[in-house]
Design a protein around this ligand. Structure first.
Ligand SMILES: Cc1ncc(COP(=O)(O)O)c(C=O)c1O
Length: 401
């Protein structure tokens, strides 16, 4: 059996992380890992989470099996966080707890493959590195549409032109906010146009909400998703609590299916539960129990999240100011208007290699950097390194060397 095992390359992201760890230079800068870091470089456990954990520990609730859909209070809280307390769509949605945002994507991919196996999933290009593999693992065909900026922001004409080829029933995978890897988000007018496009063409939106709270605010970041839920009969949502609650390793997320009619919900739930049952049966309780506490009294959590959001915005502001001061190309200024933890630098693979080798700055080969990984003391050095690798004399010199 094992003689037929194909060679699997190590995950390139984890390979970079390991190269960073082995790098002995003391001034190295890690902008690879997709986790939030505070100004001292830590990924702290939020105080609100610690308090919830203390309460859970003292309550010592039984560890007996929970429902197949997971923690029901969590599911209710997630549906409200995503859709808003007053949403009409709350009455025609089914939400289950999943193993992180990744689990939500995979459960929904299996759901699509079951009910609509011939649907193509349309994925942004550039896109989140794991979207295509997850959809493909469920047997779905994946195609790409452009996600890039023109002079002012997202080039929606390119999106619309590429989606011309999508057929009725195809799925359009959108990022709810803080697009990974580009940081390019639609304006509210563009969200409206995208919703109209899906409605008119019979396309099913799948919105991946992995960074709610890291763009413009917890409510503001859901505005596009909420508009879609208002306008469309049917849509799918994958959500993650990894970033906005800092619950990365607790693997806490949710999958939501919004249906045209309430009477479909029982069957949708049974189908989602059948999919999870044949996979991991039911999700782990701990992260969802913490989140349910945060939903009950959200004050401290939301202010801690707001502080993280502000830090990311400040890093964007300080970095672009430093880039302007040192004379780096104007194209870098787009980093200022982009949203969330990630941006895609206007650099090619060779330039990213130079950043790593000559300046000990680690981003991914396609140019993605984690803005939240940058410490205040490293801003000037990063700006200077970016200026250096993007200047042509440096490239000529580097090529010759
Ligand atoms: C766009 C996007 N979706 C989903 C995920 C997965 O989130 P989780 O860690 O909760 O599985 C990530 C994580 O980086 C992401 O960036």
């Amino acid at each position: 059996m094992l003689a037929a095992l194909p060679i699997a390359d190590p995950d390139p992201l984890w390979a970079l992380i390991s190269a960073f760890r082995q790098d002995r230079r003391t001034d190295k800068i890690d902008l690879v890992v997709g986790v939030y870091r505070d100004a001292s470089g830590q990924t702290p456990v939020m105080q609100a989470v610690q308090d919830a954990e203390a309460r859970l520990a003292s309550a010592a609730a039984s560890k007996s099996y929970r429902a197949l859909s997971g923690n029901l209070a969590f599911n209710d809280g997630m549906s409200r966080l995503l859709l808003g307390d007053e949403a009409e769509a709350l009455d025609r949605q089914c939400t289950i707890q999943t193993v992180g945002g990744t689990g939500a994507l995979r459960i929904l991919a299996d759901f699509i493959a079951l009910v609509s196996p011939r649907a193509t999933v349309w994925n942004t290009n550039p896109g989140y590195v794991n979207h295509r593999p997850i959809m493909a693992a469920a047997g779905l065909t994946v195609r790409a549409f452009r996600w890039q900026e023109n002079e002012t922001g997202l080039d929606l004409d390119a999106v619309v032109a590429d989606l011309e080829e999508a057929s009725r029933g195809d799925v359009v995978l959108l990022h709810g906010c803080c697009h990974n890897p580009t940081g390019i988000d639609p304006t509210s007018g563009q969200w409206r146009r995208l919703a109209m496009l899906c409605k008119e063409r019979g396309l099913i939106p799948l919105i991946d909400m992995a960074y709610q709270g890291f763009g413009d605010g917890i409510e503001q970041d859901a505005a596009g998703l909420r508009h879609f839920a208002q306008e469309l009969d049917t849509m799918l949502v994958a959500a993650s609590c990894s970033k906005n609650m800092g619950l990365y390793c607790e693997r806490t997320g949710a999958a939501m299916v919004i249906a045209p009619e309430r009477n479909l919900l029982g069957n949708i739930r049974a189908t989602l539960e059948r999919i999870t049952r044949a996979n991991y049966s039911m999700p782990p309780e701990h992260g969802a129990a913490i989140a349910a506490h945060l939903f009950e009294s959200p004050g401290m959590w939301l202010s801690e999240l707001e502080a993280s959001r502000r830090r990311v915005a400040e890093v964007r502001r300080d970095l672009t100011a430093a880039l302007a001061r040192c004379g780096a190309p104007e194209t870098f200024q787009a980093l200022r208007r982009q949203k969330g933890m990630f941006s895609l630098l206007p650099l090619d693979q060779r330039q990213m290699g130079r950043l790593r080798e000559d300046f000990s700055v680690y981003g991914t080969a396609n140019g993605r950097i984690n803005i939240a990984g940058l410490l205040p003391g490293d801003v000037e050095r990063l700006a200077e390194a970016l200026r250096a690798v993007s200047s042509s004399p440096y490239l000529v010199h580097a090529r010759a060397g």
